[in-house]
Design a protein around this ligand. Structure first.
Ligand SMILES: Nc1ncnc2c1ncn2[C@@H]1O[C@H](COP(=O)(O)OS(=O)(=O)O)[C@@H](OP(=O)(O)O)[C@H]1O
Length: 373
């Protein structure tokens, strides 16, 4: 029965890909028959992806990694690390090894956003993308994901830690306890502190910083802030802006935690208030971009039949998830749920050496924690 269901899922996925596979005109080539068939090197929109934490950012990275393979786009890799010197300056020591020369098509790994430094590595007219998440749910995800590394006894202990830890926490590269988790995690990823923001910045200063971000991520010509709570809508807008095919933005969700597990803690109303108060900058950024997103979506949905595209995307995703969990057919090659494994598959496809995977190590080993980023 399972096998039959998998076959039906696979057949309908292939049918969907076949029917929805249009020419990727923006990249110059037409008639690409399959997602995994490599096309010659093509000129595509360079992408500056700012990978935030616990926002659905790994799923987005997986989509962009596949896009890079399909379009033969050149990725700026932080060697085998999962980040560019996070949470310190981008790109860190990589700058000596790889001087900036507008040479890459994509930046995809965790970093602190520095728009001009990102641009200096990318070909001209890069499209800026990021994902933001409602801050209480983001910090709940952070707590439940990282608690095994930090040994927080409870959500209250985690919130106490946030309240007492410095806003802009630096991580000595090899000491796991200071991995970099701090309040206003998303604002820090977006470069708030690096651009001079402080815990006691005035409302006007925060508003001015948000305005500068709005410009960097302004849709459709410059960029897009995807809202985690409107993920698929965001992907459809991304698909339109990059002028890629629907299957280019199809995905299997990554790093999904089991919220029904006994170990998963949801905040009480009081804990939610505490988190939201501590993440005051994140709350302002999120509220701003959520509003912008809703207005954008309302503006676009009627004219372009975007609701139909969402249905189609969800069907493709469901079929992919079912068929690729049940079989490892060739169309599933790059639809794996383990991010480091996917990165290795992509490196192989792009002719690079694969990275060593850490073996089974103790959860307190800092190397292990780095790889978990
Ligand atoms: N497509 C899509 N839509 C909505 N939500 C999604 C999606 N993909 C992943 N997720 C959720 O994102 C959380 C994982 O975030 P990240 O991938 O950013 O984590 S990480 O920082 O890379 O470790 C994790 O949230 P929690 O399960 O609450 O922890 C995932 O469930």
């Amino acid at each position: 029965m399972r096998a039959l269901k998998g076959t039906v899922g696979l057949v309908s996925w292939i049918a969907l890909v076949a029917t929805s596979s249009r020419s990727a005109d923006f990249c110059g080539e037409s008639g690409e028959p399959s997602l995994l068939q490599l096309s010659p090197k093509q000129a595509c929109t360079p992408i500056a992806y700012l990978k935030t934490h616990k926002t659905g950012s790994s799923t987005m990275q997986s989509i962009l990694l596949r896009l890079a393979v399909r379009r033969r786009m050149e990725i700026f890799w932080p060697d085998c690390s999962g980040d560019f010197n996070y949470p310190s300056h981008f790109p860190g020591p990589m700058a000596e090894k790889v001087p900036a020369n507008h040479q890459f098509d994509m930046i995809l790994h965790h970093a602190v956003l520095n728009v001009s430094a990102f641009r200096s590595y990318l070909k001209p007219s890069a499209f800026f993308v990021t994902v933001l998440r409602e801050p209480v749910s983001q910090m709940t995800s952070v707590f439940n994901w990282y608690r095994r590394f930090y040994n927080w006894a409870s959500l209250d202990e985690f919130i106490d830690y946030l309240a007492t830890s410095p806003e802009e926490q630096q991580r000595p590269r090899r000491i796991g306890r200071h991995l970099g988790i701090a309040r206003n995690f998303q604002a820090r990823d977006l470069g708030f502190y690096e651009s001079g923001g402080r815990a006691n910045s005035s409302d006007a200063e925060v508003a001015s910083w948000i305005k500068s971000l709005s410009d960097v991520f302004s849709y459709p010509s410059k960029g897009l802030v995807v809202i985690k709570e409107r993920y698929d809508e965001g992907l459809i807008l991304l698909q339109h802006a990059l002028r890629v095919d629907l299957e280019d933005v199809s995905y299997m969700a990554m790093r999904v935690q089991d919220a029904s597990s006994a170990k998963y803690e949801e905040p009480t109303a009081r804990q939610s208030r505490r988190i939201r108060d501590l993440a005051n900058i994140d709350a302002q950024v999120y509220d701003h971009f959520r509003q912008t997103f809703e207005a954008l979506w309302e503006d676009r949905r009627g004219s372009a039949k975007l609701d139909d595209s969402i249905e189609e995307l969800r069907q493709v995703n469901d079929n992919l998830t079912t068929s690729c969990r049940e079989s490892n057919g060739s169309h599933c090659e790059l639809f794996v749920e383990d991010l480091p494994e996917l990165r290795n598959m992509v490196r192989q496809k792009l002719g690079l050496e694969t990275c060593a995977r850490p073996g089974k190590v103790h959860a307190q080993d800092p190397e292990y924690m780095l790889s978990a980023l």
